[in-house]
Design a protein around this ligand. Structure first.
Ligand SMILES: [Fe+2]
Length: 198
């Protein structure tokens, strides 16, 4: 599948809008722990120690922000019926919550398409799709097919205080089923090792 990279996606004003909503959610939700990656919880902040992150599902971003991302579907989606937005999820990765790690994998759900948007960071953490590493900066975004494209983060040991925060804009529609493939998996794992930031 085609991976599309969007450099410097939102305007400064839009970024401020997003950060205000995220900040409000972070201040008003309760932190709970849930290690099950299939969880659905749009009320709390969920801590996942095995991945080294916190997650907030159902971030209520304003319409202009959502529309700007959804407006990309016509170029990003390769099938007939446009998928529906099913979730906007905030993630923050830091060693406060465990050792951040994302091994090469494809998602085992029915998500069709995901836009990974890097909101804020104070360190670099390369994102990989299949064999291609993408060094991400704040305000960069990548579109991928998570049940088809093996994706990963470079091996990296986060120092105290380092963090990377992201938003996932998730779209489902025709429900692409997971497409496991040993050769593609092996190539993605090798690319991840090569991209190590240790
Ligand atoms: Fe994934």
């Amino acid at each position: 599948m085609d991976t599309i990279f969007y450099k410097d996606f939102f305007s400064q004003e839009e970024i401020e809008q997003i950060k205000a909503v995220v900040q409000h959610e972070l201040e008003t939700r309760v932190l709970v722990n849930n290690e099950d990656f299939t969880f659905i919880d749009t009320n709390n902040i969920v801590e996942q120690n095995y991945l080294g992150r916190i997650v907030m599902q159902g971030v209520p971003l304003p319409k202009n922000i959502v529309d700007k991302v959804s407006g990309l579907l016509s170029e990003a989606w390769k099938f007939d019926v446009n998928p529906d937005l099913v979730g906007i999820t905030y993630n923050m990765w830091s060693n406060k919550y465990g050792e951040p790690e994302l091994v090469s994998h494809i998602d085992k759900n029915t998500l069709g398409l995901i836009f990974d948007y890097q909101l804020e960071s104070n360190t670099s953490w390369t994102l990989g799709v299949a064999e291609t590493p993408y060094p991400m900066n704040d305000n960069d975004m990548i579109c991928l097919y998570p049940t088809r494209d093996y994706h990963w983060r470079a091996p990296k040991k986060f120092k105290d205080g380092e963090y990377v925060s992201l938003l996932f804009f998730e779209y489902a529609g025709v429900g692409l089923s997971p497409d496991l493939d040993e050769d593609r998996s092996r190539l993605a794992i090798a690319a991840r090792e090569k991209a190590s930031q240790l």
